[in-house]
Write a protein that binds this ligand. Structure first.
Ligand SMILES: Cc1cc2nc3c(=O)[nH]c(=O)nc-3n(C[C@H](O)[C@H](O)[C@H](O)COP(=O)(O)OP(=O)(O)OC[C@H]3O[C@@H](n4cnc5c(N)ncnc54)[C@H](O)[C@@H]3O)c2cc1C
Length: 453
């Protein structure tokens, strides 16, 4: 291979991580190309709600919200507890405001600060998202930047493996050919689409349906292990407690956070919904095949502002009735069980008795007739374990040295959502490490190639 044929940076995977990295690297002055396994780019990022935290962003300041990276670290560590990548939490918090400002101000992403609902795991409104709450809009904005810059993007081209010489990554095998590169970024997401790996690392959610993109089959873990990379937080994942069935769309967590409850087929609650949409997923998983979300018209009116919820409701996903008993009949739940549950929950919401499961956030509850019910299943969205990286997104070995030329970000890297389980995931953790580490990797690759690092 001649030096002229050697690409500066090869990005594997065209989701948020890969696209952000490619744009950052190009703008820093190096030559970059992206290869994508599937026939279209976007991965899980397209399926997400596109929400990205930015602590202390100018959009928060404009809205009169006081925030800081320190506050974000406290929030995230409060949810995740200590894990294998603690320093990454601080790094991401410190970078988060400049990241959302880069996306919106420099790259023209059509995003804004979300103030309408509480952000799971965050003590202040901190998430910035496309107005539509569709990650596809964010991906489209990044793709426009890639196209405008003339960055090559080859879809339908799975990478089959890394090319390694003397312990350093020097290329990748794609479609039987070798692409030589000076630096390589693994932006291939995690392994939630690989049943065997989920069963091995995250057994408690292995039986749940997977709602992410098909491309997330965990190659980065296997390739990382081949070059001696350290793995971290392998048991952590992002679940979702309430995917509407059979519609397959997310039941907005606003329905629960604003005062709704989740019950089993016998009409009884089974846990504290304050755990949030990810943290509550294992509880839903453990109680039976389906669960049922119960809330009222006032809550419905708020959730209806969200496109996906409105579509699900328009498809007939919500049944309404004037009493818990009638509502139970509509979904074949136990009528006495549901009536007693609603009465006890409403009493707790009025402060007349402690909540049976320790819930403390009731918002608009007590629930008022008419009541609505949606049948839901829990889902697996993505895994949060992967290759441990340093502050420059370089893949690390267990001895603390970097694997030469190899970067990882997003779901391919160990995340910031705790060591195991679904409870450590705060909203936005997925895209934050995808976009944040992708951008860092692009900049660092450029700095190394240009002799500045
Ligand atoms: C329904 C849903 C809602 C979500 N909402 C949010 C949210 O609002 N905020 C948030 O922060 N997170 C959210 N997440 C999580 C978030 O989507 C992911 O954490 C994030 O998109 C990961 O980005 P990524 O770039 O690492 O991976 P992806 O976007 O999945 O991109 C990885 C790409 O790599 C490709 N690839 C994989 N293997 C290969 C290979 N061998 N060769 C070539 N290409 C390969 C894949 O096909 C894919 O296109 C949500 C997830 C789901 C499923």
């Amino acid at each position: 291979m001649s030096a002229q044929d050697t690409l500066d940076l090869l990005v594997i995977g065209a989701g948020a991580c890969g696209l952000a990295a490619a744009v950052a690297a190009h703008d820093a002055g190096i030559q970059v190309a992206i290869v994508e396994k599937m026939d279209r780019p976007g991965g899980n990022s397209s399926l997400s709600t596109g929400s990205v935290p930015g602590a202390g962003s100018r959009y928060q300041r404009d809205a009169g919200i006081e925030d800081s990276p320190d506050r974000m670290v406290t929030d995230l560590m409060g949810v995740s507890r200590h894990h294998d990548a603690d320093p990454l939490t601080r790094l991401m918090a410190e970078q988060s405001a400049s990241l959302v400002e880069w996306l919106i101000d420099d790259l023209g992403a059509r995003m804004g600060l979300i103030t309408e609902y509480k952000h799971v795991g965050h003590s202040v409104p901190r998430l910035h998202a496309p107005r539509s709450r569709r990650g596809q809009d964010l991906v489209d904005d990044l793709l426009r930047c890639v196209n405008d810059r003339g960055i090559p993007l080859a879809v339908g081209n799975p990478t089959e493996g890394l090319v390694v010489e003397g312990g350093a990554v020097v290329g990748a095998r794609v479609g039987g050919e070798v692409i030589a590169c000076r630096k390589l970024l693994l932006a291939t997401n995690g392994f939630a689409g690989n049943r065997e790996m989920v069963a091995r690392w995250c057994p408690e959610i292995a039986a749940a349906d997977y709602f992410g993109a098909l491309g997330s089959t965990g190659e980065a873990v296997a390739w990382g292990e081949q070059v001696g990379a350290a793995l971290g937080n392998m048991g952590a994942y992002h679940g979702y407690a309430a995917v509407a069935y059979p519609q397959g769309s997310l039941l907005s967590w606003t329905t629960i956070e604003k005062g709704g409850i989740l019950v089993s087929v016998d009409g009884t609650r089974f846990g504290n919904e304050d755990a949030g949409y990810s943290g509550f997923a294992p509880d839903v998983m453990a109680q039976g095949e389906f669960a049922y979300a119960v809330y009222d018209r006032r809550i419905h009116a708020i959730a209806e502002h969200e496109e996906e919820y409105a579509e699900m409701a328009a498809m007939g996903g919500v049944r309404w009735a004037d009493t818990p008993q009638a509502l139970a009949h509509a979904m074949e739940l136990d009528p006495q069980g549901l009536a007693a549950t609603v009465a006890a929950y409403n009493a707790a919401a009025r402060g007349e008795a402690p909540d049976a499961f320790g819930r403390t956030h009731f918002n608009l509850a007590p629930l008022q007739p008419p009541l609505g019910v949606v049948r839901v299943k829990p889902g697996l969205f993505h895994t949060q374990g992967g290759l441990l990286v340093d502050a420059d997104a370089r893949v690390m070995r267990p001895d603390g040295t970097a694997v030469p030329n190899l970067f990882a970000g997003g779901g391919a890297a160990a995340g910031i959502s705790g060591q195991s389980g679904a409870g450590g995931y705060a909203s936005g953790n997925g895209l934050l490490t995808a976009l944040g580490l992708g951008r860092i990797a692009g900049l660092r690759a450029a700095a190394e190639i240009q002799g500045r690092a």
